[in-house]
Design a protein around this ligand. Sequence first.
Ligand code: DMJ
Length: 561
Amino acid sequence: MARSRSISGSGVWKYLNPAYYLRRPRRLALLFFLFVSVSMVVWDRMNLAREHEVEVIKLTEEVLRLEQMLEELRGVGDGKTLMTHKDVPEDPVDIERRQKVKEAMIHAWSSYEKYAWGKDELQPRTKDGTDSFGGLGATMIDSLDTLYIMGLDEQFQKAREWVATSLDFDKDYDASMFETTIRVVGGLLSTYDLSGDKIFLEKAKDIADRLLPAWNTPTGIPYNIINLRSGSAHNPSWAAGGDSILADSGTEQLEFIALSQRTGDPKYQQKVEKVITELNKNFPADGLLPIYINPDNANPSYSTITFGAMGDSFYEYLLKVWVQGNKTSEVKLYREMWEKSMKGLLSLIKKSTPSSFTYIQEKNGNSYNDKMDELACFAPGMLALGASGYGPDEEKKFLTLAEELAWTCYNFYQSTPTKLAGENYYFSAGQDMSVGTSWNILRPETVESLFYLWRLTGNKTYQEWGWNIFQAFEKNSRIESGYVGLKDVNTGAKDNKMQSFFLAETLKYLYLLFSPSSVISLDEWVFNTEAHPLKIVARNNDQRKPTITLRQRRFGGEIKG
Ligand code: DMJ
């Protein structure tokens, strides 16, 4: 009993009593010494851990740099180097940033591979996939050429196997012919042009043949929805009066002309060119068409005129078919129509107050709407690409306009707390821009324009802007299982979708923004609206023989021009 009292009573508790130590200075000194030693050890460990973290980051960067050097050496082995065409050595900052973008692609792709393999799109937060395009492997096909261009050989081969063995278009599914064309036909044709592998051409032909009945209308202006198995076609029920949508009907020309060139079968080209000749019959002097067109008589309905949703890529393709056709007399009509539309675009240009941001209005009848979609931010790139076809004065004017619009689009990003752009913006007197619909779904249009402006002006500012946007995606949209959009760019609240165009377009344009201009040179390639590069081929009236000579190249690192 006496022993137990001494442990629970004065025996242990006395050591916690300060008076005990005041009476024993030696013990106090010992205790102080112990406290200082332990603190120093803890502090030392924490410092060491921090130093290790820094070391690991440095090593990761070093690994990326060495990988890059290895790829350059492989390039030398192939008789190519990563020098630009002007033989200027690459800026090391570009190399580092390109690697960072490549790493982002690896993260996006491996998340898709892990959680949504073969599905149309990854839902990163629920870690599963969804078939938003009828189960056509949209992300797989949209990513093929990006993987190829970035030199991600293993990933590319695995995706190629899936295309060869599991991709099946025989589906009782009402597909959007626009989305199917730009993502699937475009993605497959681009990968065929890059790799020379015939499987991609066969698959492109298979899906294009299933889409062809959509053009069987009285005018040849297509219905926008088609059943992939039965070929029965119609327009979406929500479109005004059963009309066809302008962008959906005028954004198949590049892909179907390319398919005719590569197969030697003219039927694809004939269908899509008929649409343009039909629209040209009553093409207005300002080249601006409303977003709804009647497929029975080709009359435009009273509806919005816009360079944003549902109008945008019609104008883009007028220019790009001219580029694809080598800018020859055979494609003169496309350039003429495009130049008319650019007159119309000029009539929609306005400046905000107080900061003088240049923007493109929308129009309905005689009334103008001070609203601009982020989707319309493809326009600076288009203007820069088309400027060189004008004489010197017009060229300068359109290039200046492109640069001004790019500044506005960049500010769509810079003006929000997350530094990511909302879906559209309103302009009001004295207040410049304000976000309308506030989501961001990882769209590419602004970085697409920055890519064109960088390539065509050489101004490094556009690289800086692109890098800032990339960092905002990394900060807000990257999660452990992929990349997500934002429900609201003001709060940063996340959605649950990794859009396939993030891998097809956003990351590809960012990667090319930091690559030499000989990589997918704009003199040799034309990008479809989903960023799938198609090789520019001499146009030949005799479509019986393919006129394309493909570069068959073994895989050996990143593509180098
Ligand atoms: C893509 O599918 C294409 O760029 C299309 O032209 C517009 N919408 C998305 C990206 O925002």
